[in-house]
Design a protein around this ligand. Structure first.
Ligand SMILES: [Zn+2]
Length: 405
């Protein structure tokens, strides 16, 4: 049954456009003996008829997602380490003696660069385990959820921020208005708020429906971000397409009137309008393509099982929770998934209960087929796992559609 749900940005009416069914928390990896009932929620997507923001219909309480045991480490990929080092370099070349605040600094993968260079900085990170890792490499970190009260305190102690940065954080937060109020409090008159998140346009174009899971509450576009920022006296002044994480946009907000809007913003807004990316009809078509991917992937894995081929999964990512649970794939179709994150090894994938093993299990012996769940790191993984291909192994991909490579 569809119930009336309001937009978290503007209280407009949400129209449901996709339903990925009952889903667990994407990062709730269980030990095999765990008896406690698993938490499930309904993963459905709606679009606001007023401000065009694409968002989840149902929200998971934040303390269930971002806690001391939060397992994701931003520095796990060399591509991402280089990406964040590049941003730090840019900040240091564009500003002299800036004060930089990062929201959701994770293990300090970006701020570590600034800390080593002696740049004034502060990380705000509510997940205690990863915050400790940031502190261990010299990052100044406060273990809190960023809100306007916290912003006022930081401004009183450290002064206004020149750069506020958030990578793969803002789209996680349903109560984003309170973050933007905090940004408006903390940002200096000439300061910028820079954030990067998965881009709606890429998700629709690639049918990468696995970008949708509990932690990705919003799917931003230039149009929806521009409307979201306005009530806080902020405006969108620049956008940059990023190839990381399957396609993201880096948005730059500034105080209204402080900076000119770049040509890139005007171009992306025009592009979005021409393609109608936030139209309910386009989003329903996207949901239809996701259903095709589900049917084809299950058919392929079933056929491989009947042929007696061996199959493993590669990367027990948060994204994979949506694919596995939406498709109803369990250990009968994928007996195990390998992952380099030690905290996940020996555990089961949420909801689908597929055992997770260390990377050594992958080559002992190599399976005939491997489903690449970490497709956003495909280039890095293909290079690392050349021997798998040389041994006759084949990758199964499902973005933008199901194919064997
Ligand atoms: Zn709205």
């Amino acid at each position: 049954m569809e119930i009336d749900v309001c937009c978290r940005i503007c209280s407009g009416r949400l129209e449901q456009v996709a339903d990925f069914g009952r889903q667990p928390l994407s990062d709730a990896f269980r030990v095999p003996a765990e008896q406690r009932a698993e938490f499930f929620f309904r993963l459905a997507v709606g679009v606001c008829g007023s401000c065009s923001m694409v968002q989840l219909m149902e929200e998971v309480p934040r303390d269930r997602m971002f806690h001391d045991g939060y397992p994701y480490l931003s520095s796990g990929s060399s591509v991402m380490r280089a990406h964040f080092a590049g941003f730090a370099e840019r900040v240091m070349s564009e500003w002299s003696d800036p004060f930089v605040v990062e929201l959701g600094c994770n293990d300090g993968v970006m701020l570590g660069n600034l800390a080593r260079a002696g740049v004034r900085h502060l990380g705000v990170e509510p997940s205690g385990g990863v915050a400790d890792r940031a502190a261990a490499q010299g990052v100044r970190v406060c273990k809190e959820f960023f809100e306007s009260g916290v912003a006022e305190r930081i401004r009183a102690t450290d002064g206004p921020a020149d750069v506020i940065y958030a990578a793969n954080t803002l789209c996680h937060i349903p109560y984003v208005g309170s973050i933007l109020r905090g940004v408006a409090t903390l940002l200096g008159p000439e300061g910028v708020f820079v954030f990067e998140d998965p881009y709606l346009g890429d998700v629709v174009r690639l049918t990468s429906f696995d970008q949708i899971y509990d932690e990705h509450f919003f799917l931003f576009s230039a149009g929806s971000v521009q409307r979201m920022a306005a009530p806080y006296g902020l405006e969108l002044v620049d956008v940059e397409r990023l190839a990381v994480h399957g396609g993201e946009v880096r948005y730059t907000l500034a105080r209204k009137g402080a900076r000119d809007q770049s040509a890139a913003v005007r171009e992306l807004l025009a592009d979005e309008a021409a393609q109608g990316i936030a139209d309910a009809a386009a989003l329903r078509a996207f949901a239809g393509r996701a259903a095709d991917t589900r049917d084809r992937l299950v058919a392929l894995l079933t056929e491989l099982r009947e042929r007696g081929a061996s199959v493993a999964g590669y990367g027990a990512t948060a994204k994979s929770a949506t694919v596995l649970n939406y498709c109803g794939i369990g250990p009968d179709l994928i007996p195990f998934i390998v992952d380099t994150t030690q905290a996940k090894q020996g555990r089961l994938t949420p909801g689908s209960h597929i055992p997770i093993r260390g990377p050594e299990a992958f080559r002992d012996p190599y399976p005939d087929y491997a489903v690449l769940f970490a497709w956003n790191h495909a280039a890095e993984i293909m290079t690392k796992e050349q021997e798998f291909r040389e041994a006759g192994g084949q990758w199964i991909r499902y973005v933008p559609e199901v194919h064997v490579a």
